[in-house]
Design a protein around this ligand. Structure first.
Ligand code: NAD
Length: 257
């Protein structure tokens, strides 16, 4: 196989994507279908699941519920095994300072963003050992940086990087790779809400907040969901097989003075 061929995943991969009914998860699911994979997704949004393109099977599952994650893996058995599992589900969590944040929203953010990935990884590990497969965990550039008024989100994403690196050490000898993708600011409704909340918190306009956010990005533009999907495909392709335990940023953010 030449280097160019090694950039494409092999046909027939069996892929599970959590929170795959919209946003980044949907972009990843569609990209794998285009690459000839068989894809199963889960989500809490039943309407969005029902609107998925043909060829993507699905389960309604909230990753913060152990019983629902168990059912997800029962349904995914129809694929006959799993080669790639994408732990994509994650919420933005509250926009609140440490003095005002409420305990329930802190706990919910950690329970979906970190514990949800653990629940899925726990059930995926035996299947990935069998297939010598790949686990991809969605973290964030907030898993490398501080993020004022979004501490539970940032803390959960730093933890996802720790989960990734530890599982890579543990599962690598069994032939399983584990990597985290750290998106920058990705275009979509979620980021619009985050900008809106932060602007309100700071008492500035949406446009001012957006300009401030973009000014921290060298290319002055947001990442597209397909940019994240491209990284997931690369990791699943033969060219990615020597990459494990890595926290791979997909962004144009640069820490500078
Ligand atoms: P999103 O907010 O657009 O949501 C995508 C899907 O997640 C929705 O269909 C929603 O119904 C589903 N979902 C929410 N809670 C769920 C749960 N408990 N169980 C199952 N499904 C659930 O998300 P997104 O912006 O596409 O982000 C996907 C991942 O990428 C997340 O882990 C997120 O933290 C991470 N990320 C996103 C950005 C960004 O700018 N959008 C940046 C960095 C990291």
């Amino acid at each position: 196989m030449n280097v160019v061929e090694s950039l494409t995943p092999r046909q027939g991969l069996r892929v599970l994507v959590t929170a795959g009914a919209s946003g980044i998860g949907l972009a990843i699911a569609k990209a794998f279908v285009q690459a000839g994979a068989r894809v199963h997704v889960c989500d809490i949004d039943s309407e969005a699941l029902a609107a998925l393109p043909d060829g993507i099977t699905h389960t309604r599952c909230d990753v913060s519920r152990e019983d629902e994650v168990a059912r997800l893996f029962d349904d995914a058995r129809a694929l006959g095994g799993l080669d790639v599992v994408v732990n994509n589900a994650g919420i933005a969590g509250p926009t609140a300072g440490i003095d005002e944040i409420d305990h329930a929203s802190w706990t919910q953010t950690i329970d979906i963003n970190l514990n949800g990935q653990y629940r899925v990884a726990h059930r995926a590990a035996p299947l990935l050992r069998e297939s010598q497969g790949l686990l991809v965990n969605l973290a964030s550039v907030a898993g490398r940086l501080g993020f004022a008024y979004r501490t539970p989100y940032a803390a959960s994403k730093w933890a996802v990087v720790g989960l990734t690196k530890s599982l890579a050490c543990e599962l690598g000898p069994d032939g399983v790779r584990v990597n985290a993708i750290l998106p920058g600011i990705v275009r979509g409704p979620r980021i619009e809400k985050v900008i809106e909340d932060r602007a309100a918190k700071r008492g500035i306009s949406y446009a001012e907040m957006e300009t401030e956010n973009l000014s921290k990005i060298s290319m002055r533009r947001m990442v597209e969901p397909t940019d994240i999907a491209a990284m997931a495909l690369f990791l699943a392709a033969p060219g990615g097989t020597n990459i494990s335990g890595q926290a791979l940023s997909v962004c144009a953010n640069v820490e500078s003075l």
